[in-house]
Design a protein around this ligand. Structure first.
Ligand code: PLP
Length: 499
């Protein structure tokens, strides 16, 4: 077992325990501001103690602490140790979540009007990154796993075809795994993209723990991708907003990346967040795969228990016979009500009533994320909650959730879009107008049209509307599909820019 070494965290502790007199920001001065007697009389001691402890190591760039944007001491050492642990050539600590990593990567690989090949179902940080870069996206429609109705990733063939159609594309950006812990092996994608000597960038926000235990899927880095962004705060014991950006190879300019990160991240990054990444990495180095064993055992115990119940609440089922073989993160548990009587939102609410708080819900599923601390006691609490929820009194709540018809909504989408411009100012919001959908062919959409399920945007603002899309949206609306965020939920009209 390796000793616990966290250079950044240790530097902060050394600084604090030297009892420095600070004449610098932040304004709370190591939490001393909270300890002032005037205020102390008026506030609850517990609150003061909670914040005081965090604030003690919330310092600024000092010679004893280092500078994230120009690391030369403990931050540099902490990032180098992280690169070694995660298998990167270089690792950058992020204090703005994967959001900041995705945006920085897009600003690094794309100049205004450059084309980049992007999976259609991406997180909004990627869409915002495209906007900030003023890039054009060629969208690839993802596959949908037929039983669960959940979108995964486009096929390798789509990526290859897009690279042939758009040889000028600067990079390929994919998101893997999805929120439900489903993903694919990336090696064939890497080979296809590298054959054209382009970089492949991966949003692996949900997979910071990948590769750290034999039961976990491989990490994107070990599959050979050029850059990967991971929300350390989602699956490692890291403070919220702490994330990692890893780089390998020479297809991405490190200098441009550093400039992009400095542009979009605060010049006063949070030291507690940075130190929590140092600590997470040190825990992985010290404990190795043991760090995750308890949660894996808890997940296995829950699955065994659930499979022995007669409950309507079951784990998501998949057929996994698509073109690309899927893997599943064992620490994500995706539940639904097989009777269709309770939506994922309703299940989430009922779990909360029993004191169990899930990560997220959608119209069908509720997603539970197990952390390294998840114990058999926690699982027992979940058993009790599900037992209560399975009782007759709870079963009949909510409207019947419609069965999913995922393949319809994807097959009719063009699998490779024309380039969609995200240049800011290209379309002025004021010039948009709402017209009848069936008259919208050849107009440019001014809104995002996202049927759920499976939650993949059929149209992005700036995308040209084709006859097949109109037919597709009309069919879905006729079948009663919900459109996320649509101004006209029946989709008889659509906001467009003039032709
Ligand atoms: C796929 C994906 N990418 C990126 C992000 C953004 O991550 P963060 O919250 O760390 O900024 C999320 C957030 O949920 C996500 O689901």
């Amino acid at each position: 077992m390796k000793p616990f070494i966290a250079p950044l965290f240790h530097a902060l502790v050394r600084h604090v325990t030297s009892h420095p007199t600070g004449f610098h920001v932040p304004g709370h001065h190591g939490g001393q501001a909270l300890k002032q007697s005037k205020w102390k009389d008026k506030a609850n001691d517990d609150i003061i103690d909670y914040f005081y402890k965090i604030m003690q190591i919330d310092v600024t760039e000092l010679s004893s602490t280092d500078d994230l944007h120009h690391p030369e001491a403990s931050i540099q050492e902490a990032q180098q140790l992280a690169a070694h642990t995660f298998g990167a050539e270089e690792t950058y600590f992020l204090v703005g979540g994967s959001t900041s990593g995705n945006i920085a990567l897009l600003l690094t690989v794309c100049e205004p009007d450059d084309i980049i090949i992007v999976q259609r179902n991406v997180h909004k940080s990627i869409l915002n990154g495209l906007k900030l870069a003023g890039a054009k996206a060629v969208f690839l429609t993802p596959q949908v796993e037929p039983m669960s109705g959940l979108a995964t990733i486009p096929t390798v063939l789509q990526v290859e075809e897009a690279l042939v159609s758009y040889p000028e594309a600067k990079a390929v950006l994919l998101s893997n795994p999805n929120y439900y812990g489903m993903g694919v092996k990336l090696r064939p994608y890497v080979e296809a993209v590298h054959r054209k000597n382009k970089p492949i960038l991966i949003d692996e926000a949900h997979g910071a723990h990948f590769g750290m235990h034999p039961s976990f899927p491989n990490a994107a880095l070990s599959e050979g991708v050029d850059a990967v962004v991971q929300s350390a705060h989602k699956t490692l014991p890291t403070l919220t907003m702490g994330a990692l950006l890893h780089i390998q190879g020479n297809r991405i300019s490190r200098e441009t990346l550093r400039q992009s990160l400095a542009m979009i991240q605060s010049s006063s990054p949070s030291f507690p967040i940075l130190a929590s990444m140092d600590i997470s990495r040190a825990m992985i180095d010290t404990l190795g795969e043991d760090m995750f064993q308890k949660s894996l055992d808890s997940a296995a115990a829950f699955r065994k228990w659930l499979s022995e119940q007669q409950s309507d609440i079951i784990e998501m089922k998949t057929r996994n016979d698509g073109e690309t073989e899927l893997y599943f993160d064992p620490l994500r548990i995706v539940l639904h009500d097989k009777s269709g009587q309770r939506s994922g939102f309703e299940l989430q609410k009922q779990l909360e009533q029993q004191g169990c708080f899930a990560e997220m819900a959608d119209p069908r599923y509720v997603v539970l994320v197990l952390g390294i601390q998840t114990s058999l006691m926690d699982i027992r609490k979940l058993h009790l909650a599900i037992e209560k929820m399975s009782s007759a009194a709870n079963r009949t709540l909510g409207e019947i959730v419609k069965p999913i018809t995922p393949s319809v909504s994807v097959n009719l989408c063009s699998s490779i879009s024309e380039p969609v411009s995200f240049a800011r100012g290209e379309f002025k919001k004021e010039t948009s107008e709402r017209i009848l959908l069936h008259e919208a062919e050849h107009h440019i959409s001014a809104e995002m049209v996202t049927p759920y399920p499976p939650g993949i945007a059929i149209l992005y603002p700036g995308e040209k509307i084709k006859a097949a899309m109109i037919e597709h949206i009309t069919q879905l609306a006729f079948a009663g599909t919900k459109f996320q965020g649509a101004a006209d939920p029946k989709m008889q009209t659509i906001a467009v820019y003039p032709k």
